[in-house]
Design a protein around this ligand. Structure first.
Ligand SMILES: Cc1cc2nc3c(=O)[nH]c(=O)nc-3n(C[C@H](O)[C@H](O)[C@H](O)COP(=O)(O)O)c2cc1C
Length: 312
């Protein structure tokens, strides 16, 4: 069934979460090949976009294959959001700009960015309006509040809608919960019932059953997967009924091909070692292999070691 966020069509309501240091173009392409309906990038600072250097340019790189795609940005003042959104729409043309209002990291919160914006609704509203001035589709990713005493998701969701947001993704945890504990599904439901724009649910989805349970407990329009989709990208395929390579080995080799095509050898090596370690997490007796893998100095050696790991 086809679905829309603003005027952006998505094939299904399964979304890849933004994850700093993870959701680069190579990983996004593998998730796309698993049928994921909407891909998000990692967060990029609005100030970094304004003072564009090589690293930021690389972070903003996206391919047509990944579309529709949402570029996530974070910051604290509406002017920098306006400039960054305009630049990104003009030069990278993502279908959606996603505003980070959920990041709990101390240095981000101290700077009045990420989840800190849930404490300042007028400022958050100005930021959404500034991004909407681009005339394009804008979404917001948030939590439910700062801590159990400060759960503001209902009024926050209303503010997002009245400021022009086209979609909200609610990570069902407070900032004080960080990434631990069962998401508080009732609050995602409250957000869903408070607005007419699509509300997606995020947090703790590690299986098809959990995705279905999240949908039924929250009434959300779709789900966003983060850590568990990274550990096992095949989860995206399961949720979207997409046929995939039949082993993790084939999958990782595909990733290695993409990484060597996109990046220089050093970066490709770092990337593939990181990804393989995640894939090995649940395989018994892989500690020794992991050490071998980390010693590899070339893509050829990595291929050899990965063959031993995944084929025994
Ligand atoms: C390594 C890592 C990086 C993350 N980076 C971002 C980010 O750039 N932007 C964002 O909105 N959330 C970020 N998150 C939060 C996730 O998008 C997601 O909301 C959170 O992990 C909860 O979902 P999960 O329980 O399915 O992992 C990050 C999470 C992790 C683990």
């Amino acid at each position: 069934m086809e679905w829309k966020i603003g005027d952006v069509e998505i094939e299904n309501q399964i979304v890849l979460a933004p994850m700093a240091g993870i959701c680069d173009s190579a990983y996004r392409r593998i998730v796309k090949s698993m049928g994921c309906g909407l891909i998000e990038t990692e967060m990029v600072s609005t100030r970094a976009v304004m003072h564009l250097n090589r690293k930021t340019r690389e972070m903003l790189h996206m391919t047509d294959y990944e579309r529709p795609i949402a570029q996530q940005i974070f910051g604290s003042d509406s002017e920098s959001f306006k400039i960054a959104a305009e630049y990104i729409y003009k030069n990278m043309s993502p279908e959606i700009i996603d505003i980070n209002m959920g990041c709990p990291v101390p240095q981000v919160v101290k700077a009045g960015e990420g989840v800190a914006l849930m404490e300042d609704l007028p400022k958050a509203s100005k930021i959404i309006e500034a991004c909407k001035r681009s005339g394009k589709v804008v979404s917001v990713k948030c939590r439910i509040g700062m801590n159990p005493e400060k759960i503001v998701i209902e009024e926050f969701a209303r503010m997002c809608e009245s400021s022009g947001a086209d979609m909200i993704t609610v990570h069902g945890r407070t900032r004080s919960m960080m990434y631990e504990g069962e998401p508080l599904y009732d609050y995602i439901r409250i957000a869903k019932n408070a607005v007419k724009i699509p509300v997606f649910a995020n947090g703790g989805i590690d299986s098809k059953e959990k995705a279905e349970m999240t949908m039924s407990k929250t009434g959300a329009d779709g789900v966003m997967l983060a850590r568990f989709g990274f550990e096992n990208p095949l989860l995206f395929a399961e949720l979207t009924n997409t046929k995939t390579p039949d082993t993790k080995y084939t999958l990782i080799m595909e990733q290695l091909d993409i990484a060597t095509e996109c990046f220089d050898e050093l970066f490709a090596l770092t990337y593939i070692k990181k990804l393989s370690s995640y894939f090995m997490k649940k395989l018994p007796g892989t500690k020794k292999y992991k050490q071998d893998l980390y010693k590899c100095g070339s893509v050829g050696l990595v291929r050899e070691v990965l063959g031993r790991i995944f084929w025994g």
